[in-house]
Design a protein around this ligand. Structure first.
Ligand SMILES: NC(=O)c1ccc[n+]([C@@H]2O[C@H](COP(=O)([O-])OP(=O)(O)OC[C@H]3O[C@@H](n4cnc5c(N)ncnc54)[C@H](O)[C@@H]3O)[C@@H](O)[C@H]2O)c1
Ligand SMILES: [Zn+2]
Length: 364
C-alpha cells in the first residue's frame, strides 16, 4: 500500500493507494479520532458492488453508518439532492464531529463534498473514489460543487477531505468506456507534469488496459502524487493548478457544444489534448514528435483522436464562453515538451479553428 501526503498545513491529508485498501477505511477513520457517527453517500450501482466492504469496515471499527443513496452520475449534483442529503444527515443525528464519506465517481464525490462543506458549516469528509477519473483527479484537491441549471460546478466550495482511500480493485467492476475516459487524465498528468511518468504509461498500455492491479496501483499512485503536488502549490487555483486544464479548454467546448451527450468527459479531453498538441506545433512551440507521442498514446489507450462534428466555428464560439475566460481571453495550456507546460494567452481564434479543421480533415 502506498501512502501519499498532500501537505496543506492544518488541512493536510493522506491518500492511501492499494488493492484492498477499502477494507481499511474503518480503522484509518477511527485512528483520526473523529466522532462515532458516519454517513456514506453513494449511488445504487456502487453500493451494490462495493457498499458492503465499506460498511463492514466501519462497523468493525465501532463506527455507526447511515447510507445515503443518491442518483447516479451528474443528476446527483443538484440542490434538490443536496437538500435531501442534509435532511438525512439531520435525521441520522450527525453533528460536527461526524464524518461524511463519499463512495463513488466524481459526481458522488462533488455532491457529498458539497454537503460536507455546508452541513453545520462543515463536517469532516472522506473520499472513497470508485472511478479511475475520481481516483486520479476528482477526489484530490478539495474542489466540491453542485451544478446550476445554467452552468456545471457553479455552486461550490473548497473543502479538503481528511482522508482519501484509493482501491484500484474497485475498478474491476467499472464499465470499459468509463475506465478509458479516466485514462485521459492519466495521460494529461504525464504530458504536462512528468516525462518519466508519461514514459511509464507509454510502456505499459497492455497491462493498463487489462487492468493488471499492480500496474494500476503504480500508475494511479503516480497520478495522485502529481495532482497532490499541484494542489499543495496552489490550493485555491490561483495559477499553477491551471496546468491541470491541459486538453480541457477544447474538451469543455466540445462537451458544451454537444450538450454533454456525444462524448464522455475523458473522451472530450482526449480530443482537446490532440488540439492542444497541434496548436503548440503550429505555433512553433513544440516539435512534431512531441505532438505525435501524445496522439499515439491516446490512440493506444483506446481514446478518440479524431472527430467530424461540430464545426470548428461552433467550437471556437464555445471556447469564448468558457468559465475561465478573463476579458474574453481564455488561457490555453500548451506542452512545449513532454513533462512541461506553458500558459499561453491570446491564441488567435482563427488558428484554433484552422487546427480543428485540420484534425477533422485527417479523421474524415
Ligand atoms: N472536484 C474535482 O476536482 C473534479 C475533477 C474532475 C471531475 N469532477 C467531476 O466528476 C464528475 C465525473 O465523474 P466520473 O467520471 O467519476 O463519473 P460519475 O461520477 O458520473 O460516475 C459514472 C458512473 O459510473 C458508475 N460507477 C462508479 N464507480 C463504479 C464502479 N467501481 N463500478 C461500476 N460502476 C461504477 C456510477 O454509478 C455512475 O453511473 C463530473 O461531475 C465532474 O464535474 C470533479
Ligand atoms: Zn477532466
Amino acid at each position: 500500500m502506498e501512502e501519499i501526503t498532500v501537505n496543506l498545513g492544518p488541512r493536510s491529508y493522506p491518500i492511501l493507494v492499494g488493492a484492498g485498501a477499502l477494507r481499511s477505511v474503518g480503522a484509518r477513520l477511527a485512528a483520526l479520532g473523529s466522532g462515532r457517527r458516519t454517513a456514506l453517500v453513494s449511488d445504487r450501482s456502487v453500493l451494490a458492488f462495493h457498499g458492503r466492504t465499506v460498511t463492514a469496515s466501519l462497523s468493525a471499527s465501532g463506527l455507526s453508518v447511515t447510507e445515503i443513496c443518491v442518483p447516479e452520475g451528474e443528476t446527483a449534483k443538484t440542490l434538490a439532492v443536496a437538500e435531501r442529503c442534509w435532511d438525512q444527515c439531520l435525521t441520522a443525528g450527525l453533528d460536527r464531529t461526524s464524518t461524511l464519506l463519499a463512495l463513488g465517481g466524481g459526481a458522488v464525490g462533488d455532491l457529498a463534498g458539497f454537503v460536507a462543506a455546508t452541513y453545520m458549516r462543515g463536517l469532516p469528509f472522506v473520499q472513497l473514489p470508485t472511478t479511475l477519473l475520481a481516483q486520479v483527479d476528482a477526489s484530490i484537491g478539495g474542489k466540491v460543487a453542485i451544478d446550476h441549471p445554467r452552468a456545471k460546478n457553479l455552486i461550490g466550495a473548497f473543502h479538503q477531505p481528511r482522508l482519501v482511500v484509493v482501491d484500484p480493485a474497485v475498478l474491476l467492476t467499472l464499465p470499459d468506456p468509463e475506465f478509458r475516459s479516466g485514462l485521459a487524465e492519466v495521460a494529461k498528468h504525464g504530458i504536462v507534469l512528468d516525462a518519466g511518468y508519461f514514459a511509464d504509461v507509454e510502456a505499459h498500455v497492455p497491462e493498463i488496459l487489462s487492468r493488471d492491479l499492480p500496474t494500476l496501483e503504480r500508475i494511479i499512485a503516480g497520478s495522485c502524487r502529481l495532482k497532490g503536488r499541484i494542489v499543495e502549490a496552489d490550493e485555491r487555483e490561483g495559477g499553477l493548478r491551471a496546468a491541470l486544464n491541459y486538453g480541457h479548454t477544447v474538451g469543455h467546448a466540445l462537451e458544451a457544444a454537444t450538450q454533454f451527450s456525444k462524448w464522455l468527459h475523458g473522451e472530450a479531453v482526449s480530443l482537446g489534448i490532440v488540439a492542444a498538441a497541434r496548436i503548440a506545433e503550429r505555433m512553433g512551440l513544440a516539435d512534431a514528435e512531441t505532438g505525435e507521442r501524445q496522439v499515439r498514446l491516446l490512440r493506444h489507450l483506446g481514446l478518440p483522436v479524431g472527430f467530424s462534428a461540430p464545426a470548428p466555428e461552433a467550437i471556437v464560439q464555445a471556447i469564448g464562453s468558457d468559465k475561465k475566460a478573463r476579458d474574453g481571453k481564455v488561457p490555453f495550456v500548451l506542452a512545449p515538451r513532454i513533462g512541461e507546460f506553458r500558459l499561453v494567452f491570446d491564441i488567435p481564434p482563427d488558428l484554433i479553428a484552422a487546427v480543428l479543421a485540420e484534425i477533422q480533415r485527417r479523421s474524415g
